[in-house]
Design a protein around this ligand. Structure first.
Ligand code: AMP
Ligand code: ZN
Length: 140
C-alpha cells in the first residue's frame, strides 16, 4: 500500500476512498480511474499510489509501474472503445499545465475530427464514468 501521502491531495483522497472516483483497476503500487472532466470518452488517469508531485521527484520503479499500467489501459481502451488513436500525456509544474500535483499520466482515446485539448471543461456524471470504467476494466 501507499507509504507517502498528502492529506490535502485529491488523488491521495481517491486512493484512500475519501473521495469517490470511477476506478478501472488498482494493484499494490498503482491505480487507474476515469478523469472527472474528460476531454474525450474513456479519458483515464494512471497514478502511483505514493504521493510524489511530478516526474522529477518520482522514483524510477514507480515510473515504470505507471508506464506499464498506462500501456494496459491504452490496450483495453482500444479493445473496448475502438478509438482511432490514443494520447498519453503527462504535465510537470503549473507552467506546463499541471493542476493536480500528484504524478499522473493521462491516457485519452481520440476519434477522427476531435480537437486536441487534454483538459475537459465539463464534469461528467460519476455513473456515466463508472459505466465506461467497467467497459475498460472488462478488456484488461
Ligand atoms: P493535470 O493538469 O495533468 O494535473 O490534470 C489533472 C486532471 O485531474 C484533470 O484532467 C482533472 O480533470 C482531473 N481531476 C481533478 N479532480 C479529479 C477528481 N476528483 N476525480 C477525477 N479526476 C480529477
Ligand atoms: Zn497525492
Amino acid at each position: 500500500m501507499s507509504s507517502s501521502r498528502d492529506p490535502d491531495c485529491i488523488f491521495c483522497k481517491i486512493i484512500s476512498r475519501e473521495v469517490p472516483a470511477a476506478i478501472i483497476h488498482e494493484d499494490d503500487r498503482t491505480i487507474a480511474f476515469m478523469d472527472a472532466f474528460p476531454s474525450s470518452k474513456g479519458h483515464a488517469l494512471v497514478v502511483p499510489k505514493d504521493h510524489h508531485p511530478n516526474l522529477l521527484t518520482l522514483p524510477t520503479d514507480l515510473l515504470q509501474a505507471a508506464a506499464a499500467l498506462a500501456q494496459r489501459i491504452a490496450r483495453a481502451q482500444k479493445q473496448a472503445l475502438q478509438p482511432d488513436g490514443i494520447i498519453v500525456s503527462q504535465f510537470n509544474g503549473e507552467a506546463a499545465g499541471q493542476t493536480v500535483f500528484h504524478y499522473h499520466v493521462h491516457v485519452v482515446p481520440r476519434w477522427k475530427g476531435q480537437d486536441s485539448a487534454v483538459h475537459g471543461r465539463k464534469q461528467e456524471d460519476l455513473q456515466v464514468l463508472q459505466e465506461v470504467a467497467s467497459q475498460i476494466a472488462a478488456a484488461l
